[in-house]
Design a protein around this ligand. Structure first.
Ligand code: HEC
Length: 674
């Protein structure tokens, strides 16, 4: 996507800031497969190659949209959200490579037929190098591989729950499909970084992923591939993966010919928020302190932008190692610090105050009430009490990636919707609570909080330092009788009451019971089907009853950053919710998926928004130059190309996300006749 350097930049000059308003629809290709369509088409020699929403490969005449061939790997329609194809050629041997389920296919670009000399009957399994740890486990790829010489470097997607396959990076021969190299993103015994995981990480069958799912960027001159990775699975509870967890959430610089590590930078230590690095990085050359530096730029879901020297991996701007809170979950060990770049400035809000709550929402009062019950803060570990994560699990930045300009500008779209996450103990986890703590969780946690912090604003006092206020006898008396708005609990037996009060006073648990639990736990660890003690309770956005975010707009933005200084040049809302516009609140921005592209004439094209519009912005000031309606929302990155002396812009409109109607239209635009 966006070329080998993922720059999303085109040298084409026919469409300009002055004439972009004259763009008209040139053709529409209806693929027949309606659904989430994230494909970014590739155009070579007047032919447009892509995948339908059901991952069927196709080739079109790029001037007319007429289908030349189509290839369906299966008779059954599988809507796999695949983002497109890769292209390779040598001496007239022209190949289209794409993935479908666990398979990497190689097709003849002229005929759309699988190439028999590639793997078996034109396909090879993406499990080839993963070994036992991936047997029988869900695995596929949704992003085009990255071509380097005669290799294709493959991203993978697996589950994010306990029992995920490992997300090793594999390179295959474009000619034969043979596995050329593999990089263990979860190091094997003896490999660098193995000591950042428990010893049994590869044998217990719980931990996996740490995969590159979003694709990679190659520096062809240096022969280096830059591969960003996602979190290790299970995503939100890391009790089975204590440690810093290299190379999860890491920007890896690997020798593209051999897969050997050159440098790495871990952007989230021991991730327990699903803060995958969401997009392939951008290669740029910036000027800093009078020097030119070749850099690699990684955007993040948190809205931070990290900038590294391409050769050494040294951050080019200062990065602070910030102390972050500990986890309230007994079996979790959150990493005590996280790196926060001081520059460039983040592209999204990092914290939400009461003043940020959505005053335009009909549910403002209840949003405010809910807001005060959440745990919050930068890198606040998720607990049983719902935790607000800002920006949410869908960014900040997302998979669409950024566009860059040779003069040192980065253009990136982002989301701003907080998410509310919580964990719950499994039956395995529940058994670890014993004695007074168990009784507390059963009878008292609902009002005073499982963490005993209460909710003083709503009249439920904190019990954390109750021993400074009340004596043992007073507590023994209060529990069965209650007080004021607190009911009594006569049903708690005197022995249990004693244990409960002991717990409130911070006394150690009864040793005998604790021992039994430890024994049970050890027995469980040795058994063949290991269980996790904490489970993720589900994905929730902080939304009101209208389905709009509980925070003030804008909820989607486009930001231009001068990478020479790290300062924002401009930032504009991206997209518009009609309902808000009618209420007199224009420019609300919308959640957006799919990246921008930039042309040499300074026109930046982006769709991505919920409102089914396609827009062109002036790269210098963010002014809207042109917009048009699309048949369906386009959650995809556009492409631009020239054929027969005319420049086209094309975008795949599949809707289906964010409650929008499903579609199947690939729409191409060119300048109207003047
Ligand atoms: C239905 C909600 C509710 C439940 C359940 C509940 N409490 Fe309370 N508790 C309160 C309220 C409200 C107060 C403040 C009472 C007042 O008005 O003084 C309170 C006060 C207290 C206090 C006095 C705190 C202080 O700072 O003076 C203690 C101690 C206490 N609760 C312990 C418990 C224990 C132990 C349990 C479980 C057996 C429990 N509570 C269950 C609502 C609850």
């Amino acid at each position: 996507m966006g070329g080998p350097e993922k720059s999303h930049y085109s040298e084409l000059k026919q469409i300009t800031r002055e004439n972009v308003g004259e763009l008209e629809r040139a053709w529409v290709y209806n693929s027949g497969d309606s659904g989430v369509w994230q494909c970014n088409p590739v155009i070579i020699g007047g032919v447009l190659y892509g995948l339908t929403a059901a991952s069927e490969a196709f080739a079109l005449d790029a001037a007319t949209g007429k289908e030349k061939w189509r290839f369906a790997p299966s008779e059954k329609k599988n809507y796999l959200k695949n983002r497109g194809v890769a292209y390779w050629e040598e001496n007239g041997d022209r190949r289209i490579l794409f993935s479908y389920d666990e398979w990497l296919y190689a097709l003849n670009a002229d005929t759309g037929q699988p190439l028999p000399g590639f793997g078996s009957e034109g396909r090879v399994s993406l499990r080839s190098g993963l070994g036992e740890g991936a047997r029988g486990k869900y695995l596929m790829s949704r992003t085009p591989g990255t071509i380097f010489e005669d290799l294709i470097l493959m991203p993978t997607v697996m589950m994010e729950d306990p029992g995920a396959a490992p997300g090793f990076i594999q390179a295959f021969s474009v000619r034969t499909g043979e596995l050329a190299w593999i990089f263990h993103t979860i190091p094997r015994e003896g490999e660098f970084g193995a000591d950042t995981w428990p010893e049994d990480v590869h044998t217990r069958g719980i931990v996996g992923a740490a995969n590159n799912w979003t694709g990679m960027t190659v520096d062809h001159k240096r022969g280096i591939v830059y591969a960003p990775t996602g979190s290790a699975a299970p995503d939100f509870f890391g009790g089975s993966r204590k440690g810093r967890n290299l190379f999860a959430n890491t920007l890896l610089a690997l020798d593209a010919r051999t897969g050997k590590r050159i440098w790495h930078y871990q952007i989230v230590r021991h991730d327990i928020w699903d803060m995958d690095l969401p997009a392939p990085p951008n290669l740029m050359t910036i000027r800093k302190d009078g020097k030119k530096i070749d850099v690699v730029v990684q955007q993040t879901k948190k809205g931070y932008i990290f900038v590294f020297d391409r050769d050494t991996g040294e951050p080019v701007f200062p990065v602070e190692e910030m102390k972050v809170p500990a986890s309230p979950i007994p079996d979790e060990s959150a990493w005590p610090t996280q790196p926060i770049p001081k520059l460039p400035l983040p592209i999204s809000r990092q914290e939400i105050s009461e003043a940020d709550l959505n005053i335009h929402s009909p549910d403002y009062d209840s949003l405010k009430r809910m807001y005060h019950t959440y745990r919050k803060g930068v890198y606040m570990p998720v607990g049983e009490i719902p935790t607000m994560v800002v920006p949410g699990l869908m960014g900040g930045a997302e998979w669409g990636g950024a566009a860059v300009d040779p003069d040192g500008m980065l253009y990136v779209n982002s989301n701003e919707v907080p998410w509310i996450l919580s964990l719950k103990p499994t039956s395995e986890g529940e058994s670890r609570f014993t004695g007074g703590e168990k009784i507390y969780r059963t009878f008292c946690g609902s009002c005073h909080g499982l963490d005993r912090l209460g909710n003083p604003a709503s009249g439920f006092p904190s019990l954390v330092s109750v021993k400074e206020k009340l004596t043992r006898d007073e507590l023994m008396d209060l529990v069965p009788r209650g007080r004021g708005m607190m009911p009594g609990f006569p049903q708690i037996s005197p022995a249990d009451r004693k244990a409960l009060v002991g717990f409130l006073l911070g006394e150690k648990e009864v040793p005998e019971e604790k021992k039994q639990v430890e024994e049970k736990k050890q027995a469980a660890d040795g058994s063949s089907s290991p269980k996790e003690s904490w489970a993720f309770k589900g994905y929730t956005k902080f939304l009101d009853s209208e389905g709009r975010p509980g925070i003030m707009p804008p909820w989607g933005r486009l930001t231009a950053i001068d990478m020479n200084t790290g300062q924002h040049k401009w930032q504009v809302p991206l997209g518009e919710i009609a309902q808000y516009k009618e209420r007199g609140i224009p420019n609300s921005g919308t959640e957006n998926y799919g990246g921008p592209i930039l042309t040499a004439t300074g026109v930046l094209f982006i769709a991505a928004t919920e409102d089914a519009r396609f827009r062109a912005f002036d790269k210098d000031n963010g002014a809207l130059l042109w917009e048009t309606g699309l048949p369906f929302s386009a959650f995809s990155t556009p492409s631009t190309y020239e054929v027969n002396g005319e420049q086209y812009v094309v975008v795949a409109c599949g809707g289906s996300t964010l409650g929008t109607p499903k579609g199947d239209a690939l729409v191409a635009f060119k300048l109207g006749r003047r």
